[in-house]
Design a binder for this molecule. Structure first.
Ligand SMILES: [Zn+2]
Ligand SMILES: [Zn+2]
Length: 139
């Protein structure tokens, strides 16, 4: 995406279009998959830019908070980030760790009702776990 378009979109989401936000959004979008913060940091340094690890985490947080980037938990302590057109869920293979998108029947957040008295729920993330087709084949 062109830098100007990305900046415009970030402003449209109510954030200042800082250089790190524009850079990280563009890198994530170009990568086109599920990346950990460490992998994003790798892309940032490959792109020749210098950003502190803490700023990268902050930018990912900011972009996820305004729904420009989707965040999901791949496993304990490992969040993955992606630029996604529609809300969806994930299947994570227990063997190889591969992350596969799973369409959401509802398509927008929150897609599940939960009985939490008094709480305003805005998101339900579902992680499906098991063995993926290629790991099942090689078993
Ligand atoms: Zn697998
Ligand atoms: Zn996904």
């Amino acid at each position: 995406m062109r830098t100007a378009d990305t900046a415009e979109m970030i402003r449209g989401a109510g954030l200042r279009a800082t250089r790190p936000r524009v850079l990280i959004y563009n890198l994530l979008q170009a990568a086109g998959g599920h990346l950990t913060a460490d992998e994003v940091a790798g892309l940032v340094s490959e792109s020749g830019q210098e950003l502190a690890r803490a700023s990268i985490y902050n930018v990912l947080d900011d972009l996820a908070r305004v729904d420009l980037v989707m965040r999901a938990d791949r496993g304990p302590g490992t969040a993955i980030y992606e630029v996604a057109a529609t809300w969806h869920h994930h299947f994570v293979c227990r063997e190889c760790g591969r992350v596969t998108d799973v369409p959401c029947a509802v398509g927008s957040k929150p897609c599940l009702d939960a009985d939490v008295p008094g709480a305003v729920i805005d998101e339900a993330q579902i992680i499906f776990r098991g063995i993926c087709a290629s790991c099942a084949d090689s078993a």
